[in-house]
Design a protein around this ligand. Structure first.
Ligand code: IPE
Length: 254
């Protein structure tokens, strides 16, 4: 059974692997360190999904208001921007000794009525079975209505975690966890979700809904039996410990 195989899905937030303030500025230092932590943890079945941060988002934001062809060209440019970041993530993982392999959501996934319809699960499973670490990312994806939609890395990560019956889903953020006021919540239970969401607003320049959307996605996965954890990916060693299954500071969902 898939669930016996202890799959872990890891979402690397765009604000961890890039510097959000400057367009297309990667945080190379963070990417390389996280890649080394992934290598050291040597999780047998790991799927990595990364976000956009200063890649993808500014482009997507700008083109969303453009008419017709200009918007389409912008979506294509958005995808190319994500490809550049994906290249850095995958090559850093390879350099660290992880058998990473890029999978491109734009060619793999299908969206219908705003929902992820096709996940390309066969290919993901195939790579995992072959001993590879598939690396996906938030991307521009064909819509069954004949348009294209932006699908967040969070949505991809939670859907994959559910479908692969993953044991754990770990979100690396640039903060210590889910914060309400100046307090980091150690745990968000299903019955508290509505209340917590009131305090967590989508951040303005984020085309895919920021922390709020991450929480919603986290609950989708946790309600299907996945253990979901939010940690600070900018603090060295936390990802390594989380991947090893140790208790780490952060927010547990579910
Ligand atoms: C962004 O993915 C994808 C595009 C803008 C094309 P995410 O929404 O997962 O990125 P972060 O992690 O929030 O930056």
């Amino acid at each position: 059974l898939v669930s016996d195989l202890n799959t872990v899905v890891l979402k690397l937030g765009g604000s961890v692997i890039t510097s959000k303030a400057i367009p297309e500025r990667p945080n190379v230092h963070a990417v390389k360190r996280l890649a080394r932590e992934v290598a050291e943890a040597s999780v047998e079945r790991l799927v990595v999904v990364h976000g956009g941060g200063s890649f993808g988002h500014p482009m997507a934001q700008a083109c969303s208001r453009r008419p017709g062809d200009e918007r389409l060209a912008g979506l294509s440019a958005t995808h190319l921007s994500m490809l550049r970041l994906n290249h850095l993530v995958v090559s850093s993982l390879l350099e660290a000794g992880v058998n990473a392999f890029p999978l491109h959501p734009s060619s793999l996934l299908r969206v219908g009525g705003g929902r992820l319809e096709g996940l390309g699960l066969d290919l993901v499973s195939h790579l995992l079975d072959a001993g590879m670490t598939p690396v996906l990312y938030g991307d521009v994806v064909p819509d069954l209505d004949g348009d294209l939609t932006i699908v967040s890395g969070d949505q991809i990560a939670s859907s994959l975690a559910v479908e692969l019956q993953a044991e754990r889903l770990i979100f690396c953020l640039d903060v210590d966890g889910i914060r309400v006021g100046n307090r980091i919540l150690r745990r968000v239970k299903p019955e508290d979700l509505e209340d917590v969401l009131k305090f967590v607003q989508p951040s303005a320049p984020d085309v895919t809904g920021g922390i709020r959307n991450k929480l919603v996605e986290a609950f989708k996965a946790s309600s299907r039996g996945v253990r979901v954890l939010f940690i600070n990916g900018l603090k060295p060693g936390l990802l390594l410990d989380a991947l090893r299954g140790l208790e780490v500071p952060g927010t547990v969902v579910g």
